[in-house]
Design a protein around this ligand. Structure first.
Ligand code: NAG
Ligand code: NAG
Ligand code: NAG
Ligand code: NAG
Ligand code: NAG
Ligand code: NAG
Ligand code: NAG
Ligand code: NAG
Ligand code: NAG
Ligand code: NAG
Length: 422
């Protein structure tokens, strides 16, 4: 397909053009001294002669806003560095933004609400603090010829972009790409994202590839078609995949998630694969994935420090290595999986309340669904269940059940609720 060729070229161009071999941002360098005419203080240009005042400065210091419908194309040729922010907002008559010499914006470069902007020339831009491209419905190309190699935050939303060509950064705090209906592929070389990765509502079939990513903090995917994150080893905060058309969720190297893991409303999802995950620091939620019939994808998971909610048409499900759930446990199985079968196959301690509703044990027919076969099977469980309440049955109790562990459980479930994202 033509589109893919464009991307392949872009990827090549990106790697050869990421010219500055130093990865360090220049953002911390001291603000240079400039003439009074190029020292701006909350300056807003609303007419073309005011835009020209900015364009006259190779180096400008201060926060600059270019705003409104009173001028046409925005011409900033000559400007090389802005120590401050550049906002170009609601320039509704501008078809072209020309800043071919601009290399650096130390604060935020924000293009917002420029409704007919179709050509962006940022040919030499390599360094920004924050890049925001928002509400640019006519913009199909980033115009980042050299490519951005240093930035702290990047947000791209509500644009007509077909790719993220020219965004060649290795590390970010925030990477947020949403509501770009023509972005079908996100293939990023990012290695680390320290605050948030959020990808949502782009092209319906957006394929996301983050194979260089090794560590991230909050991670959120919505409305994506496929995901590859082969090198991701740690997610320090939460990982959420909701309302995607993805059929397989696979994180081959992911060993730990600091807070919760939420997988819900993925209607095509058939398989989970988290072979290396050993520790979940918050809640586990797997719910409303209509094609998912088991939750067997966690063979190495030993501890869950929050609550567990499993709700779906499950036929089978085991956590082969799980020892302990510090919060409550709530299984709702509308498939063939019965509570007693689950009990038999799983041997772990639940410190909070345990609820189960599943197929009747007496029959294995798939038609059997009952509203509340509240888990009371104790057949496979050992005796004491001090942490349980009347609705729960504590399996394979290890004797640690006491007020302290109950308090731990309470705190853990509290934390699990606290980390809910969005
Ligand atoms: C820049 O960072 C990338 C990714 O961390 C690394 O592969 C590359 O060697 C770095 N280049 C330099 C000059 O440090
Ligand atoms: C880049 O940053 C690293 C870590 O802060 C530092 O050790 C290194 O000297 C820096 N390199 C340059 C070229 O500034
Ligand atoms: C590359 O970036 C470093 C600091 O990040 C800067 O000192 C140097 O001038 C840049 N080199 C080029 C060729 O732009
Ligand atoms: C830009 O225009 C939009 C839509 O008309 C409006 O909602 C927004 O407030 C404007 N922004 C500013 C900074 O005036
Ligand atoms: C990046 O975003 C964070 C969180 O919103 C913010 O605190 C930080 O100042 C931003 N960095 C820059 C360089 O704008
Ligand atoms: C996640 O935590 C580890 C260990 O504390 C740390 O080395 C890593 O940099 C963190 N990653 C992010 C993206 O914050
Ligand atoms: C994982 O990262 C390493 C080092 O950056 C890289 O060589 C390898 O290709 C990555 N794996 C994938 C599947 O991209
Ligand atoms: C499972 O966990 C063990 C112990 O932490 C580790 O040695 C092993 O490599 C893990 N398995 C996978 C597939 O990562
Ligand atoms: C459920 O899965 C376990 C482990 O994979 C397997 O041993 C067992 O036979 C399965 N049970 C059914 C009814 O498929
Ligand atoms: C258990 O899960 C079911 C289905 O998701 C839900 O309706 C119910 O409210 C949950 N119970 C508790 C106590 O959280």
């Amino acid at each position: 397909m033509q589109f893919r060729n464009v991307l392949a070229v872009a990827a090549l161009a990106g790697s050869t053009l990421a010219a500055n071999t130093s990865n360090n941002s220049t953002l911390t360098t001291a603000t240079p001294a400039v003439t009074k005419a190029c020292s701006f203080s909350d300056f807003t240009a609303t007419a073309s002669d005011e835009v020209a005042q900015v364009a006259a400065c190779a180096t400008a210091v201060g926060d600059i806003t270019i705003y409104g419908p009173a001028f046409g194309n925005v011409e900033l040729t000559g400007v090389e560095q802005i120590y401050g922010s550049l906002d170009i907002i609601n320039a509704t008559q501008a078809v072209v933004l020309n800043a071919p010499t601009l290399q650096l914006v130390s604060g935020t470069l924000n293009l917002d609400g420029n409704t007919i902007l179709a050509t962006l020339n940022l040919a030499q831009l390599t360094t920004v603090g924050t890049l925001v491209l928002n509400a640019l419905p006519a913009l199909e190309k980033t115009g980042l010829t050299a490519g951005i190699t240093s930035a702290e935050n990047i947000t791209v939303s509500d644009t007509a972009l077909i790719s993220l060509e020219g965004i060649n950064v290795y590390e970010l705090a925030i990477f947020n790409v949403n509501n770009n209906k023509d972005i079908e592929t996100i293939d990023s070389g990012l290695q680390s994202v320290t605050n948030l990765i959020s990808i949502s509502y782009n092209a319906e079939k957006v394929d996301v590839s983050l194979d260089k990513l090794t560590t991230a903090n909050q991670v959120y995917f919505q409305s994506i078609n496929s995901l590859s994150a082969a090198n991701l080893t740690s997610v320090n905060d939460s990982l959420t995949l909701t309302s995607n058309s993805i059929d397989k969720i696979e994180f081959k190297k992911l060993t730990s998630i600091g807070k919760s893991l939420t997988i819900n409303k993925n209607d095509n999802l058939e398989e989970l694969d988290f072979p290396a995950l050993t520790k979940l620091g918050g809640a586990l939620v797997i719910s409303d994935n209509s094609q998912l019939s088991n939750f067997d994808g966690f063979p190495n998971l030993t501890t869950i420090a929050g609550t567990v909610t499993l709700d779906g048409k499950f036929n089978n499900g085991t956590f082969d290595s799980l020892n302990r759930v510090s919060g409550g446990f709530n299984l709702t199985s509308t498939g063939e999986l019965s509570c007693s079968a689950f009990d038999k196959a799983n041997k772990f301690t639940v410190e909070g309340n345990e609820l189960c509703s599943g197929a009747k044990d007496s029959t294995s027919s798939s038609g059997t669904k009952i509203a509340s076969d509240s888990s009371s099977e104790t057949g496979s469980s050992s005796s004491s269940s001090a942490t349980s309440t009347h609705t729960s049955s504590s399996k394979k109790n290890d004797g640690s059940s006491n007020a302290a562990s109950r308090l731990t459980a309470l705190i853990a479930s509290f934390m699990a609720v606290g980390v809910a994202f969005y």
